[in-house]
Ligand binder design. Structure first.
Ligand code: TMP
Length: 205
C-alpha cells in the first residue's frame, strides 16, 4: 500500500515544465515533506544509460517503446515504489502518458501494445495527479529554437508535436480525474497561479 504522493508533469517539448517543477519541489520541501524529484526516461543509473540511447540512437518504434518501459520498470522498482512506501512525495518529470503521447501519438505506435506494456510494467501504479502543460506546438517551438542542440524528439516537425498534443489530450479525456490541464501559453506567473490553485484544491500544497 503506498503512503506517499506521486505527481507527474507532462507536455510537449518547450511547454515550460522545469521552472514549475523547481518551484513545487521547493514548496514541498519547505512544507517538510521528503521530496523525491526525478524524471523519465531516467531516474536510476540504469535508466539514465537507457535514456542516452533512447534520445540519441536511431531505432524502430517497438524498440523505442520497449526501451522506455525497461527504464521505467527499473525506475519504479528501485526509486518510485520504495519512496512512496516510506511516505515520500515523488515529483516526476514525465511518465507513461509521455509514452502514449510520443510513441503512440507522435510515432503512431499501437496504443493497445502500449497498454499491455503499461500493465506489465506498472502493476497498477498510476500517478495521483498529472499536470498536463498544454500549448500550441508553434509557441513551444519558438521557445525551444534558441535553446540547446535538439535530441531525436525535439528535432521532430510541428505535425509530430500536433499528434503528441492530441494524444496527451485524448489520454486526459479518458482519465479526467487523474489529470489537470495547465494552459501553458499564459505568462509564467499565471501558469504558477493555475498550478497553485489545482494543488491547493487537491490538498497537495
Ligand atoms: P525531457 O527532455 O523532457 O526530459 O524528455 C525527454 C524526451 O523523451 C522528450 O522529448 C519526450 C521523450 N519521451 C518519449 O518519447 N517517451 C516517453 O515515454 C518519455 C518519458 C519521454
Amino acid at each position: 500500500m503506498t503512503k506517499g504522493r506521486f505527481i507527474t508533469f507532462e507536455g510537449i517539448d518547450g511547454a515550460g515544465k522545469t521552472t514549475h517543477l523547481d518551484a513545487l519541489e521547493q514548496a514541498w520541501k519547505q512544507a517538510g515533506h521528503e521530496v523525491v524529484r526525478t524524471r523519465e526516461p531516467g531516474g536510476t543509473p540504469l535508466a539514465e544509460k537507457l535514456r542516452g540511447l533512447f534520445l540519441h540512437d536511431a531505432m524502430d518504434p517497438l524498440t523505442e517503446a520497449l526501451l522506455v518501459f525497461a527504464a521505467r520498470r527499473d525506475h519504479i522498482q528501485t526509486v518510485i515504489e520504495p519512496a512512496l512506501a516510506r511516505g515520500a512525495w515523488v515529483l516526476c518529470d514525465r511518465f507513461t502518458d509521455a509514452t502514449f503521447a510520443y510513441q503512440g501519438g507522435g510515432r503512431g505506435f499501437d496504443q493497445t501494445v502500449l497498454g499491455t506494456l503499461e500493465s506489465w510494467v506498472q502493476d497498477g501504479l498510476q500517478p495521483d495527479l498529472t499536470l498536463l502543460f498544454d500549448l500550441d506546438p508553434a509557441i513551444a517551438a519558438a521557445r525551444l529554437s534558441a535553446a540547446r542542440q535538439p535530441d531525436r524528439f525535439e528535432a521532430q516537425d510541428q505535425a509530430f508535436f500536433e499528434r503528441v498534443r492530441a494524444a496527451y489530450l485524448a489520454r486526459q479525456q479518458a482519465q479526467p480525474a487523474r489529470f489537470a490541464v495547465i494552459h501553458a501559453d499564459q505568462p509564467q506567473a499565471d501558469v504558477a497561479a493555475q498550478i497553485q490553485t489545482i494543488l491547493s484544491q487537491k490538498g497537495l500544497l
